[in-house]
Design a protein. Sequence first.
Length: 253
Amino acid sequence: MKRIAVALALLAAAPLCAQGTSRPPIVAWSYTVQAGDTFSDIARRWGVDMASLGEANGIPSPYVIRIGQVLKRPEPKGTPKPVPAPKPTPSTASTPTETPKAVPRPTPSLRPPPPQRPALAPRESDAPRLQWPTAGAVVSHFRDRVSGIPSNGIDLIAHPGQKVRAAATGTVLYAGKEPERFGQLILIDHGGGFVTAYAYLGTMTVKEGQKVIAGERIALVGKSGEAKRPTVHFELRRNNVPRDPELYLPPRL
């Protein structure tokens, strides 16, 4: 049987067509079989043995090839093959590892964080001594958002016809209608750059330029401007910079 295999190998080494003359070495890593090529000649030109060439191309002995067939050169012997990265081995039962305890994640709050109020200016020592402009609960504080806009004062809920009084002694700068938001509006100058504002009023009982004293009636509660119910909007400003009125008003009992 061995002699038969050798004879078949010699048969494969015979020319496919006419016997070709000696050809130069093949430099490329692949080669297309041409007329006159033999398997042994291709192996010789590549500098490899027929067994390696046959193994690299899946051609068993007797190494039959055909014109147009593409052969690839086998890797040179001794070329190291890439070593795959070692797979992680599971821990054995004899050497258990301590599993770190999972840290519970904080439950996200569905409520939005409260709006941050800006730092308030401290109360000035030369500020006028204020009194509450009317009786009633404060329903909106300084910097609370009213209609999406941070408030520059406070809102007090009141009854229609209730008296609105000057928060401090001063001179009426303005008494009229503010068409944008505040409706019936009174501004009183208290000196030192301090001005108080009273808005959403009903009937006004003072005029511009009039001198008023603290606690004097200046208007009656009503509903004007953007007020949706009888309300008094009260502001304190110094040099047109809003101040928190509740820092200057006396505490309520």
